[in-house]
Write a protein that binds this ligand. Sequence first.
Ligand SMILES: Nc1nc2c(c(=O)[nH]1)N[C@H]1C(S)=C(S)[C@@H](COP(=O)(O)OP(=O)(O)OC[C@H]3O[C@@H](n4cnc5c(=O)[nH]c(N)nc54)[C@H](O)[C@@H]3O)O[C@H]1N2
Ligand SMILES: Nc1nc2c(c(=O)[nH]1)N[C@H]1C(S)=C(S)[C@@H](COP(=O)(O)OP(=O)(O)OC[C@H]3O[C@@H](n4cnc5c(=O)[nH]c(N)nc54)[C@H](O)[C@@H]3O)O[C@H]1N2
Ligand SMILES: [Mo]
Length: 691
Amino acid sequence: MKTVQAACPHDCPDTCAMRVTVDDSGRAIRIEGDPDHPPTAGVLCTKVSRYLERTYHPERLLTPLKRNGPKGSGRFVPVSWDEALDTIAVRLTDIARRDPQAILPYSYAGTMGLVQGEGMAARFFHRLGASRLERTICSSAGKAALQATFGAGVGMDVEQFGQARVILIWGTNPVVSSVHFWRQAQAAKRRGAILVAIDPYRSLTAQKCDHHLALLPGTDAALALGLMHVLIRDDLLDHDYIAAHTAGFEALKARAAGYTPERVAQLCGIDAAGVETLAQLIGQTAVRDRQAVAIRLNYGMQRTRGGGNAVRAVACLPALLGSWRHAAGGLLLSSGGFYPRNLQALERPDLMPDPPPRPVNMVQIGSALLHPGDASFGPKIEAVIVYNSNPVAVAPDGSKVQAGFARTDLFTVVLEHFQTDTADYADIILPATTQLEHVDIHASYGHRHVVVNHPAIAAPGECRPNTEIFRQLAVRMGFEEPCFRDDDWTLARQAFDWEHPALRDLSWDGLLQQGWGKLAIADAAFAEGGFPTASGRCEFTSTELGAQGLDPLPDFIAPYESPQSNPALAARYPLMMVSPPERHFLNTTFVNITSLRGKTPEPVLEIHPEDAAARGLEDGQLLRIFNDRGTFQAQAVITGRTRPGVVVAPSVWWKKYSRDGRNCNAVTSEALTDMGHAPTFYDCLVQVEAA
Ligand SMILES: Nc1nc2c(c(=O)[nH]1)N[C@H]1C(S)=C(S)[C@@H](COP(=O)(O)OP(=O)(O)OC[C@H]3O[C@@H](n4cnc5c(=O)[nH]c(N)nc54)[C@H](O)[C@@H]3O)O[C@H]1N2
Ligand SMILES: Nc1nc2c(c(=O)[nH]1)N[C@H]1C(S)=C(S)[C@@H](COP(=O)(O)OP(=O)(O)OC[C@H]3O[C@@H](n4cnc5c(=O)[nH]c(N)nc54)[C@H](O)[C@@H]3O)O[C@H]1N2
Ligand SMILES: [Mo]
């Protein structure tokens, strides 16, 4: 029997430290949260506590496979590693001889590990001169907004939320998506804190908060500007903090003047009293009582057209209130910017040709694959190498994505654990190791610890780590640079700049032994200002955005698709659809885990009783949800949890497990946000009828 220190690899702010118990035969028999790691506190979520079921799943891919039927048919036969890698190397060499930009890597955060993520893979594609993937499918609108406002993706320490007096849980459903933050919020509540959810939907989180403000999707910037309007009007401001540590207050004041509670109420579909009450709550608590007001902001608001501006507007509030003075006050969207990553050493961008290859936005993979190539787009895409992602299911405008991957002239390689919807379209599938079987090191975007992952068990069958697969491809492609021979622990060490002051408390040996260690960052990092912007201030007016010719101030930008902004479209498709995470899945990961799918056997669509009655729909009935882009089916759940005019499709389903072979991304669009080139999954008008 032995216990191995591990890290949860999933795309989640919590990045848990885990302990894996392995018996004498080498089989993992237990997985649990590390009780000593403060953010994890011995607890794993429902999904990851099933990680052994996933690892020992009878459908794990165990050998390389070659397609033996039409694309998408899912028919494959086993081949040797030599045959698989030789086939890939011959094909990529041939394409690269003409133009390496016709080769596209496609990856995201199937694992958040810095080694099995873009470590060796990035070196390989940089050296090859392949197209550069803009990895913007999740967090880049908010990241660009924080960059403009705070100077980096930095914020409060999640471990401090338990001491806050008021917590705004804004555009996030942590009971589902971040249970370790929710533990902190509950601790605060037990101490008498007031929790407020801001979400169009009465989520599991909103149900447990003291107040719930159900605004229309995509209207958060208007609400934030309305709160500022009241705070300024009633002089609920920390004037000293504003004077010493912010830039652009007068301009922001002028902008907020236009957002009266009445106007905001109309834009957000709420009553003006809701705006007044919330402003009084945060203003009185922060300024009159000098107590900590904390904001947990996450992804909900970022998935609509004005997502970047919405994050910028909300991010101005803590400085106006002086909340940053408290360790338990301020705002947390991401802590990722605190880590001194050493991407130069890890990913070797210097291996890229000059000028750098063209970018391709991962959100628009459907259109990119269907593009015939021209002077402005560059060459037609001839090969895609997919790892750590499932684009056929997760990317928007799914019928385009599917048509792109179905191209018979496209050469597709998929590195995977399972035969996903994307793997069905591969020419070659390569079996990858899971977190229990490989080395990794993790930063977090929710807490402030480095977490190490030791392999606990041997790889099953012929599975290999992503790193090893790219190392062997590099040999076959004739890449001779020594960096293609670095092993995984070497990559792990290269991931950070160990001389950086944020890592001064950590030693490599100590980290390997304990499995985790905390960055040296002050609890109240911005109590005395010191934001990592050029001015050192919290920038209400952003010099950076101004220099790019953009609005330097945050503003409300209406959704592409809403009854207010696009009445003609809404006449045909009157319902706004959001498709946030389903509790028992992680994006599409875990959808194939029997015990978890048992809890959610069918895709559902939640719809308000008024909208259901207007369409003669009954609870449990099979629905068709559609717009000009496509259609998918789901079972009706008629409920007052959503507001009239808004339908909710918990996601993301494997297409092949649904009755019609489609999922909600059949109707979502490829349009991008105002900042960060991010997706607009929740900016989507649909109509609903009985199937
Ligand atoms: N169980 C589980 N956990 C997950 C994931 C998962 O799939 N399943 N995914 C992980 C990943 S990759 C991510 S990015 C995070 C995402 O998790 P969160 O940060 O929680 O964000 P979302 O799930 O996008 O949306 C959360 C809430 O935002 C609401 N919302 C939708 N539109 C708007 C809007 O315009 N304004 C406001 N204020 N709210 C809106 C939705 O109704 C939903 O209740 O979760 C991670 N954790
Ligand atoms: N409609 C709608 N669509 C959405 C969202 C939404 O809220 N609504 N959310 C969006 C968001 S926030 C995100 S982040 C994206 C997520 O999209 P993806 O990053 O594609 O996430 P997953 O669907 O979980 O797919 C990850 C895949 O990586 C594989 N994998 C895991 N570890 C490894 C490894 O070590 N090696 C290899 N080779 N493979 C591995 C897993 O088996 C899994 O199939 O989806 C987006 N799509
Ligand atoms: Mo995400």
